[in-house]
Design a protein around this ligand. Structure first.
Ligand SMILES: Cc1cc2nc3c(=O)[nH]c(=O)nc-3n(C[C@H](O)[C@H](O)[C@H](O)COP(=O)(O)O)c2cc1C
Length: 215
């Protein structure tokens, strides 16, 4: 891989959902950068409920393809990252670890004491845990996707999978929700067409719904 990274703005402009990959391996140092970018994502209370299964083994990719409506790119990608959220992480040590790291970084004891009460209350009564997980996991996912693009890789986000089948292939605990799949590698053949994007006037409002944004 070239040592010069693409500027983020260029990566965003040029990115396409890759239709097909050539399967060439990704060096560990690049994979590490991509994963670390995801782990730096923000999350509510810094609870980091994301979990990622990295699939590189050919046989495991073949099985994952079988759980993903037979999408060929799942098997062709150099790396498949299966992005999950753990509904029970906060019960199983994440809260303590978040507080430990926070204290290291200067979190006050009064904040820590409050968080120890507030977070379990909030999460044990959360009205929509899958949505809460999804919200966080997709931010980390996007950090990874864009970092891969800045490093010169091509990426494919995927929601075409059957959760129960993925769960079986990856031997996931029951508390894990599968949120999305991310294929990373190098494009093989022609790229997908640019599907275009809605005008700002259609999807952005100024101050209140219906008021046109003019910039
Ligand atoms: C969360 C998400 C899930 C997607 N799932 C699939 C998928 O399962 N299979 C696929 O071929 N493309 C999938 N796509 C790619 C979209 O079709 C693609 O992003 C969209 O058509 C816009 O094209 P572009 O990304 O090249 O601009 C997915 C994209 C996102 C963001």
């Amino acid at each position: 891989m070239s040592s010069t990274e693409k500027p983020l703005s260029q990566a965003i402009r040029e990115r396409r959902a890759t239709p097909s990959f050539d399967g060439a391996a990704i060096p560990n140092k690049d994979l590490k950068k991509i994963l670390e970018a995801g782990l730096h994502a923000p999350s509510g209370y810094n609870m980091q409920p994301w979990r990622f299964i990295v699939v590189r083994d050919a046989e495991q990719k073949r099985r994952l393809r079988g759980a993903s409506f037979n999408q060929a790119k799942v098997e062709e990608a150099s790396v498949m990252i299966v992005a999950c959220g753990d509904a029970d992480g906060w019960r199983n040590g994440d809260l303590e670890e978040m507080l430990r790291l926070g204290r290291q970084g200067g979190m006050s004891e009064s904040y820590a004491a409050q968080a120890k009460e507030t977070i379990p209350n909030y999460l044990s009564n959360h009205p929509n845990m899958p949505m809460w997980l999804n919200r966080h996991v997709m931010i980390a996912f996007t950090h990874m996707l864009l970092t891969a693009e800045t490093l010169g890789y091509d990426t494919a986000p995927m929601e075409g999978f059957e959760e129960e089948k993925v769960r079986e292939v990856l031997k996931l605990p029951l508390s894990y929700h599968v949120v999305a799949l991310l294929g990373i590698g190098h494009l093989k053949g022609a790229d997908k067409h640019d599907g275009g994007r809605f005008e700002m006037s259609r999807v952005v409002f100024d101050e209140e719904y219906g008021k046109r944004m003019r910039l």
